[in-house]
Write a protein that binds this ligand. Structure first.
Ligand code: DX5
Ligand code: ZN
Length: 217
């Protein structure tokens, strides 16, 4: 089982000063930063693009966990790789050549991730499990921070973890949406090792204590 990683989502940071939000994450002793990219089509919201990621790359040594909530992620993979993404996650729901997109991510030197929405069955990503370094099980319908955790996703996480063990695969299993210490503990019990947290991290009264509690799950 992988050691827990906490990946704060900069979506809940200060959008007038994202570099300061990244610096808060680094000062907490964390290594990952989750970057939520939204296109206004796959999700009903917009966030920021490769230019912002490249600007942040110049100001931060954090590992960029880049979550593409895009209908046509294949059109932007190269731009995000060049901007400094360490991991690029695409969603399974839009119709596209996922195998080719994942191969492109790898060829560009990035880790590969595949994401699925709360209503998407785990079988949808099963063929791709040997070809990714991370599977992201959304625990809210993507688009906005600050939503309530969907406990109905827990059996799906357990299923993905079981398949991982049965096939002796070593992808990370990430959750995103409504994560706090309590919901993270439930996800950990189901097999999660990578925890995205926006609201709960940036609003935590003691971020170091929060990070330590996640590390000890
Ligand atoms: C949802 C995003 C999440 C979001 C999580 O569309 O993918 O990463 O920032 O925010 P919280 O932790 O506030 O639910
Ligand atoms: Zn995300």
């Amino acid at each position: 089982m992988h050691a827990p990683i906490l990946a704060p989502s900069i979506l809940a940071g200060d959008h007038a000063n994202l570099a300061s939000s990244a610096a808060i994450v680094a000062a907490t002793g964390l290594e990952w930063l989750h970057l939520d990219i939204m296109d206004g089509h796959f999700v009903p919201n917009l966030s920021f693009g490769p230019q912002t990621v490249a600007a942040l790359r110049g100001k931060s040594k954090l590992f960029f966990d880049t979550h593409l909530m895009l209908d046509e992620p294949h059109r932007y993979i190269e731009a995000f790789a060049r901007a400094g993404a360490g991991l690029i996650t695409i969603h399974i729901e839009p119709a596209l050549d996922h195998a080719a997109a994942l191969a492109r991510i790898k060829a560009l030197g990035c880790r590969r991730g595949i994401a699925l929405n709360p209503g998407t069955p785990p079988e949808a990503v099963k063929p791709f499990l040997p070809h990714v370094e991370l599977v992201l099980a959304m625990t809210v319908q993507p688009g906005f921070g600050g939503q309530a955790f969907r406990a109905d996703v827990l059996p799906k996480i357990a299923r993905l973890d079981a398949w991982r063990r049965e096939a002796a695969l070593d992808f990370r299993l990430e959750v995103d949406g409504g994560i706090d210490l309590k919901t993270a503990a439930a996800c950990r019990a189901a097999g999660t090792d990578t925890f995205v947290a926006g609201t709960s991290f940036f609003n935590a009264p003691d971020r170091a204590a929060y990070a330590a509690a996640i590390a000890n799950l």
